[in-house]
Ligand binder design. Structure first.
Ligand SMILES: *[C@@H]1O[C@H](CO)[C@@H](O)[C@H](O)[C@H]1NC(C)=O
Ligand SMILES: *[C@@H]1O[C@H](CO)[C@@H](O)[C@H](O)[C@H]1NC(C)=O
Ligand SMILES: [Zn+2]
Ligand SMILES: [Zn+2]
Length: 512
């Protein structure tokens, strides 16, 4: 990096050489034409600016890189470091990650088939995988999704089917040519189109050969993902979900994110949670009509307004932000982006949680992936797929029997320990060893400049945040205190809420 330092010196020394310096600096961290092409192709950079990288500002490029990193599950630095660059070349699906950089990000357009029986047809196989084998693997892949939408798939040998599966290479007539071996391995179109295309220049395997062979692309893994598109799902930035855009093997099961997507597309009208909201005749939408997430609850009188409320608790589960207030839960894939289908009643997400639990005061994702929901002296543990596993007591954690309940639980990314907070005191639990650390409880005042009682504490993209009332603080693990320029208003930063005149008064926190 000496060269960069030297350049910096030169730039300072020759101020009027600014334009020249800026150009050179850009080259140090500037994307190649292929990388720009990638960011345009998958929706991170606008298309209309032509092929010249000069049309993009350094700022717009670094913002695009950040978005791409967030989607891939990388730290959003905006820099084209080697790990980020490696993602531009990875095997992946050819469908866009961000469909349109719409201003109105709250509303995500999705549609399903609007029917429960869906036909499919395999038109041909590849040189390494015959048609018969493709048909079998397709049936297996469809069976993974079917139960989550209450769907039935019917194979047909001729005529037009809803989902048509074929292998093709390079330009194959749909405006999305394949790129030869590597990178894009397949793409699929949402209903009512439903075609699934696999790149015939890949070496397709059926899982019987050595899985670790990088040259072989596992047909089943890719097919399960593409079926998701053919059923109407978009890409997910959750790495463990099937709808993550980069190729991952093996595919074992669907993730909560995939399952919720299916429920939204195919089961929504059948779910008890939406029973009341779909009573009004205007809501019975025609099968293929686009629908918008929030509209379903617009008449809901008891739905709290996320922009004007305190929050019972907030937690990050499986990489998504869960916000609890009264009997509702909102799920956000990133700040200010509410997932389709939310808010929902939390009883419909944590199925099996007793009805007498009318609010969730704290919840956290355990180190083993299970999710614990606390209420008073007890907790309920759910699997990572949100199945109820067991009920436990606070004393199982080694907490005193007389403790009436906890206000916040979170796992620190600093030491992987679980912090159990009760108003002014906290305990530290070692989940890997299954025991409480000695020397606790301690006083919350150890977390300097953090207000207490805290309503929630979360780790989001590497940082620790505390929430109290309508505001939040970011904690500095190195200074062991809240950052000085906090608190900020939670609604405007984390949720899609309009700025209010009051925002200004929150932006400084000079008090001790
Ligand atoms: C498979 O069928 C599609 C659609 O008819 C066609 O474009 C493609 O060339 C065929 N592929 C092979 C390998 O025959
Ligand atoms: C915490 O756990 C993660 C994953 O289990 C591991 O990668 C990381 O190194 C751990 N950190 C510490 C400080 O032990
Ligand atoms: Zn895809
Ligand atoms: Zn195609």
């Amino acid at each position: 990096m000496n060269g960069v330092k030297w350049l910096l010196f030169m730039c300072i020394a020759f101020l009027h050489g600014y334009v020249w310096c800026r150009t050179i600096f850009l080259e140090v961290n500037s994307p190649t034409l292929e990388e720009l092409g990638f960011m345009r192709r998958y929706g991170y950079l606008p298309e209309e600016q032509g092929d010249f990288d000069f049309a993009y500002t350094p700022h717009s490029i670094s913002e695009a890189v950040k978005k791409m990193q967030l989607f891939a599950g990388l730290p959003p630095t905006g820099n084209l470091d080697p790990v980020t660059r490696s993602f531009f070349k990875k095997k992946r699906c050819g469908v866009k990650d961000i469909s349109s950089p719409s201003r109105n990000r709250r509303y995500i357009l999705q549609q399903g088939w609007g029917k429960k029986i869906i036909s499919y047809r395999v038109l041909n196989g590849s040189s390494t995988l015959d048609k018969e084998r493709v048909r079998t693997l397709m049936a297996d892949g469809l069976a993974v999704w079917a139960p989550h939408g209450g769907l039935r798939f019917q194979q047909q040998d001729d005529g037009h089917a809803d989902i048509q599966v074929s292998f093709a290479s390079r330009d194959h007539g749909d405006g999305f040519p394949f790129d030869g071996p590597g990178h894009v391995v397949a793409h699929a179109f949402p209903p009512p189109h439903g075609a699934m295309h696999f790149d015939d220049d890949e070496l397709w395997g059926d899982g019987t050969s050595d899985d670790t062979d990088d040259d072989i692309t596992d047909f089943f893994a890719v097919a399960v993902h593409e079926i998701g598109h053919a059923l109407g799902l978009s890409h997910s930035n959750v790495k463990s979900s099937v709808m993550y855009p980069y190729y991952q093997v093996p595919v074992e099961k669907l993730h909560m994110d995939d399952i919720l997507g299916m429920q939204e597309l195919y089961l929504k009208d059948e779910l008890p949670s939406s029973a009341e909201s779909t009573e009004s005749p205007s809501q019975s939408r025609s099968s293929l009509a686009p629908h918008f997430t929030k509209a379903d609850y617009s008449d809901e009188e008891d739905l709290p307004d996320l922009c004007f409320t305190n929050y019972d608790t907030i937690q990050v589960i499986q990489g998504k932000i869960y916000v609890f207030e009264e009997e509702w839960v909102w799920v956000l894939s990133e700040r200010q982006r509410i997932d389709p289908g939310f808010p929902r009643r939390f009883h419909d997400v944590f199925i099996g949680l007793p009805k007498h639990v009318t609010s969730i005061k704290t919840v956290y994702e355990k180190r083993n992936g299970n999710i614990a929901v606390f209420s008073g002296r007890v907790y309920w543990e759910f699997s990572s797929t949100f199945r109820l596993l067991r009920r436990g007591k606070l004393s199982d954690y080694g907490l005193p029997r007389y403790l009436p309940g906890l206000s916040t639980v979170f796992v620190s990314n600093y030491n992987n320990k679980t912090y159990l907070i009760e108003h002014e005191r906290y305990w530290r639990y070692d989940e890997d060893r299954g025991r409480m650390d000695p020397g606790y409880p301690k006083e919350m005042s150890a977390w300097r400049l953090v207000p207490y009682p805290v309503d929630a504490a979360i780790i989001w993209q590497g940082d620790t945040y505390f929430f109290h009332g309508p505001r939040f603080w970011r904690f500095d693990n190195e200074l062991v205190q809240a950052h000085r320029y906090y608190p900020l208003p939670t609604a405007q930063i984390w949720f899609p809420c309009e700025p209010t005149p009051e925002m200004g008064k929150y932006v400084t926190n000079d008090e001790p």
